[in-house]
Design a protein around this ligand. Structure first.
Ligand code: AMP
Ligand code: MG
Length: 352
């Protein structure tokens, strides 16, 4: 791949510098790629209606081209042009959660190239709430295709320095700014009967049920043994993987702590460099080469925001074996455990 010069700029979402936004928008209009902050994680943006731009996104990420991209819009009028129909459920969810960390799947119209949707007749759409992202979408002509701004298989970046680590030399520009949640958007499929969660996120099952009544959850989300193929093509790939070999320990809290310490010693004796991901409460009882707190048990916002950064830090520290506490799977815990299980290749040990 040809190496290109990557320009790094910073934009404060509370004081938008419109000259910088226009410069970034121009790059996108000309078919280039710009990474930008959103309220979930950093996105790797290209013009969603330009098939060449989508091709460049797949190349920059090393992403399989059957894994469709999410199209980002800034207003409801823009939605009408790219879908054939907006079902009632879609209007209700847009009213309740847009702009915000919710992606909906619709039947696509002809203006959306198949390159953007990985060959599918459906299109994933989100209206983000991040002010830099919204301004950039407008400056780019209204439609930005943007997967997470990481090399395929690595944890999604929550800091600009991790975007640069993966994308320097591959894209035209990186916009530094703050991301909020730290996990990718919730994805809901509206094309096939009862609305179904394909990927859990900040907008939880409980929140969706309040608006829609019945909502299904794709079985593959927490079940590593499911024979079924996940409906979001991207969910089948091993994702979010740290370099170290990650195992989750779940069950009664004291037993989990003791077992993590025992396994850590065992691995250190074999010469492994061990990292632990634990909750704040348990920090004093752990000993390893690197011990990191994801925040207080129960403070899901902090756990979501910290998790990917910790996985990246273990990579920087050349940690070879990682143990993590497990988390509750209700509310946003479902999204956290889904990402952790994928990072661990579904290696989980239950202790009591
Ligand atoms: P990322 O871009 O890294 O946030 O990943 C986007 C996710 O959305 C992947 O898991 C995709 O498989 C999923 N996705 C995008 N478009 C569709 C679609 N039309 N139908 C089902 N899943 C989709
Ligand atoms: Mg991703």
């Amino acid at each position: 791949m040809e190496k290109i010069k990557t320009k790094l700029i910073a934009i404060d979402e509370n004081y938008l510098d419109m000259d910088k936004i226009r410069e970034a928008g121009q790059i996108l209009k000309e078919g280039g790629l710009v990474a930008f902050p959103t309220e979930t994680v950093y996105g790797l943006g290209g013009d969603a209606l330009n098939p060449q731009s989508s091709g460049k996104i797949y190349a920059a990420k090393g992403r399989p081209s059957d894994n469709p991209l999410i199209v980002h819009i800034s207003n409801m009028k823009a939605l009408e042009k790219i879908v054939t129909k907006i079902p009632e459920a879609g209007r209700k969810l847009a009213d309740a959660f847009w702009p915000g960390p919710l992606t909906m799947i619709f039947m696509k119209s002809d203006v959306v190239p198949k390159e953007t949707t990985g060959g599918l007749d459906t299109v994933a759409v989100r209206m983000p709430s991040h002010k830099t992202a919204l301004a950039l979408i407008d400056a780019a002509g209204g439609y930005i295709a943007a997967p997470s701004a990481n090399i395929s298989g690595k944890p999604s970046p929550t800091l600009a320095k991790y975007v640069a680590e993966d994308m320097d030399g591959r894209i035209e520009m990186i916009i530094d700014g703050d991301v909020g949640i730290g996990l990718e958007s919730t994805i809901v499929d509206l094309t096939d009967g009862t609305p179904t969660i394909l990927r859990p996120g900040y907008i939880t099952l409980e929140m969706l049920e309040k608006v829609l009544g019945e909502v299904n959850v794709d079985k593959t989300i927490l079940d590593g043994n499911s024979k079924q193929a996940p409906k979001a093509p991207g969910m089948k790939y091993r994702h979010y993987a740290p370099k170290g070999d990650l195992t989750i320990l779940d069950g009664e809290q004291v037993a989990v702590r003791d077992e993590i310490n025992r396994l850590t010693k065992e691995q250190q004796q074999k010469g492994e460099k061990v990292g632990i991901i634990g909750t704040e409460e348990n920090m004093p009882s752990y000993e390893a080469d690197s011990v990191k707190s994801v925040g207080s048990r129960g403070d899901e916002d902090s756990i979501a925001k910290t998790l990917y950064r910790i996985l990246r830090e273990f990579d920087d520290e050349d940690i070879t074996v990682i143990y993590s506490e497990g988390f509750s799977t209700v509310g946003m815990g479902q999204a956290i455990m889904n990402r952790l299980l994928k990072a661990a290749g579904h290696k989980i040990i239950y202790v009591s």
